[in-house]
Ligand binder design. Sequence first.
Ligand code: ATP
Length: 333
Amino acid sequence: MPQQVVLIPGDGIGPEITAAVVRVLEAAEARIEWVRHAAGAEALAPEGTTLPDALMEAIDEHKTARKGPITTPVGTGFASVNVALRKSFDLYANLRPTRSLPSLPTHWGDIDLVVVRENTEDLYSGLEHEVVPGVVESLKIITERACLRIAEFAFVHARQNKRHKVTAVHKANIMKLSDGLFLDCARRMAENYSDIAFEDMIVDNTAMQLVMRPQRFDVLLLENLYGDIMSDLCAGLVGGLGLSPGANLGADHAIFEAVHGSAPDIAGKGQANPTALLRAAVMMLRHLGQGDVADRVRAAVEQVIAQPALRTRDLGGEASTSQFAESVVAALA
Ligand code: ATP
């Protein structure tokens, strides 16, 4: 019996990499029935809203979605659909694994760490206003409830995945109340997990340590904004945004996506690397209990990336998005 999953192609490179994922998962005989819905700019013209009711109802009903990137206009225009989806379904944990591939050596050797980003508050609350002309205020909301549950998520994830250390990243020396609360909650939660080592680190130092000695990290626990920035940095450590997947997880719902955005500079050119979205699909398949299919897709993707001629441009190859997908299909065991 196939499992129904909401499929949001997204915009920019979204439709191209979505087609690649659908093609590969079909060939891998994933037990999935896609329920397609548009969101963001794609939905705005025909539906008059960036988040149509039918889409929200479908996610609510089917619990799992696979989302392509959705553009958020810079400075003006509609609010982020990505942020709205996370808030609507209380997807409080953003899990972004960073793992180097054996065939793509990094400057630092093997890297295997995971970013756990709080997904519902911080400066992403979107509470901004003009106090007087020329002066704007943006509110950073930090709550004990959100800090405790994301800290708990990080420690549970560490324990379940045999990881040994959680590093809470903050700027509590400057933002003594907001980041101070985040740090205090992480420290309190750490007391319940004596089998997992705990440390905290100032965010700017973390940025430096990540590019000098990434191996010293295991699970990084961050507020929303720091998590967004640091996960792009982590993606860069292992080969770029084309490789890095993410999952937005709540108590009842889950949305799987790539860390990257809609990449308008290469949209429609068939150049995008679908690996990040394929890896997100692998995470989704495990979440759905289809670990057998996940293993096959993961192995096939790694086998293709191991051959330089079959890589996409961001990794130095010449393959188009669809050619890459066909190579993965051919490599499926
Ligand atoms: P957002 O703020 O929405 O996350 P962004 O400003 O971080 O977006 P991206 O759209 O992620 O920007 O793109 C950043 C750079 O990475 C661009 O040069 C883009 O072409 C490149 N890039 C992103 N995703 C891919 C991909 N899948 N394959 C190849 N290049 C990519």
